[in-house]
Design a protein around this ligand. Sequence first.
Ligand code: GS8
Length: 220
Amino acid sequence: MADDKLILLDFWASMFGMRIRISLDEKGIEYEYKEQDLFDKGPLLLQMNPIHKKIPVLIHNGKPVCESLIILQYIDEVWPDKAPLLPSDPYKRTQARFWADFIDKKVYDASRKIWATKGEEQEAGKKDFLEALKMLEGELGEKPYFEGERFGYVDVALVGFYSWFYAYESFGNFSIEADFPKITAWANRCLQRESVAKALVDGKKVHEFSVDLRKRWGIE
Ligand code: GS8
């Protein structure tokens, strides 16, 4: 599909946007990156994702695809030849989808509470986040990647959170490296890939950003 035009509406610190950057890069697909102001959303974002009004949105030849995991599956179906994301075996596919869904439901919600709330809610978020990491570490086991030898869908779904680890640790007062050595080694393994190194952002910058947001929202 030589004439394909791809535009990605994204935001630098978004772990959801990072998923799309990584998968397009892994597959060697070129696209135009358009950074969005989430505090003053532009007409393109509102027109392309009128339901959720969120990034990421992948616009393929003028047609929008929304929701990061759905975008990943679309990319994998349209460009299946290089760097497949999902396993070919149907049962393994269900398992990969299960864990990506777990990441969205459990890891994201809990992690957000760590930096965006305080008091009891923050404590609950911390507990749930650490429990979720424990389950993910159990699933990873001794494998290099979630699917085994191959970097795939679950790795792409999770690795962007690594950019936020420093913020979670600072607000939550814990050390992911000390408590979850396998997840830490896995993240560093993923970071050796150019696609991941390019998409992830500096944890200190994310921390500053989250401190600013807390101020903006009056959480002190
Ligand atoms: C989540 C996207 C999202 O939260 C997905 O694509 O997987 N389930 C969706 N996007 C955020 C930025 S990253 O946290 C967003 O666009 N927020 C703007 C808003 O809520 O107004």
